[in-house]
Design a protein. Structure first.
Length: 235
């Protein structure tokens, strides 16, 4: 197993370095300021976020059932636990933009993944507030009742979280607009997929610790000391 992981690591890193050399990557800059959620926006989008969570969970469970029918509730809990985690099951957040529409905020699906700015973090935070400690309750409901998506929305957004129990308040007229939606380049999206696939792989470092220059200088990354010895013999 470790040998296979080493092979995958050795194959992934050269491609990652090639992509890094061709495109500026946002996470490569150690000087980039931390992006934080705009918590004041959460009350205006919480119900919409809840509905999207329910649809996402329902879709992920159905996909899992199509591949292998979950025999245990724990398999569904893994989905509900990670639906708000951008490192796990929360890729659904990345294409969403928060747009002003009159005195309301509207979640707009842009159809392509965007940079995770403060709006992305705001949706993630709203998701966490909606789910709270309800992941096991949602998983149990899905496992035992096998509800339709509309029934799941009602259960999560009205019965459990109360996210849609009342109409959201009007958006203040002096609210500062959020950042414009910035789509990721295809190269950047590919890089992030590689980084994500390498997380937790035996022998792989935490890639987020390194800058673009660090990664470019990892000549022996994945090759080990034997490569140095071979280079010495070839000289």
């Amino acid at each position: 197993m470790k040998a296979m992981a080493g092979v995958l690591l050795a194959r992934s890193v050269p491609l990652l370095i090639l992509l890094l050399s061709c495109s500026p990557l946002a996470l490569a800059s150690s000087k980039k300021p931390a992006v934080v959620a705009r918590r004041e926006d959460i009350p205006f989008i919480k119900c919409q976020v809840c509905e999207k969570i329910a649809r996402e969970i329902h879709g992920l469970v159905r996909k899992k059932e199509a591949l292998v029918s979950p025999k245990k509730e724990l398999q569904i809990i893994e989905i509900t636990e990670n639906v708000c985690n951008l490192k796990e099951e929360a890729d659904w957040i990345l294409p969403i933009d928060i747009a002003e529409k009159g005195d309301e905020l509207e979640l707009v699906d842009q159809g392509t993944e965007g940079q995770c700015n403060s709006e992305c973090k705001t949706i993630e935070r709203a998701c966490q507030e909606v789910m709270g400690y309800s992941d096991t309750d949602v998983a149990e409901f899905l496992f035992k009742s096998k509800p339709s998506v509309d029934v799941l929305i009602d259960f999560l957004c009205n019965d459990l979280s109360k996210a849609c129990f009342a109409k959201p308040p009007p958006v203040p007229k002096d609210r500062l607009p959020g950042e414009p939606f910035v789509a990721k380049s295809s190269k950047e999206a590919e890089m992030e997929k590689i980084l994500k696939s390498m997380e937790g792989m035996p022998g792989a470092p935490n890639m987020k610790m390194y800058s673009r220059e660090d990664l470019m200088n990892m000549n022996n990354f994945g090759g080990g000391e034997d490569d140095d010895e071979d280079d010495g013999r070839r000289r």
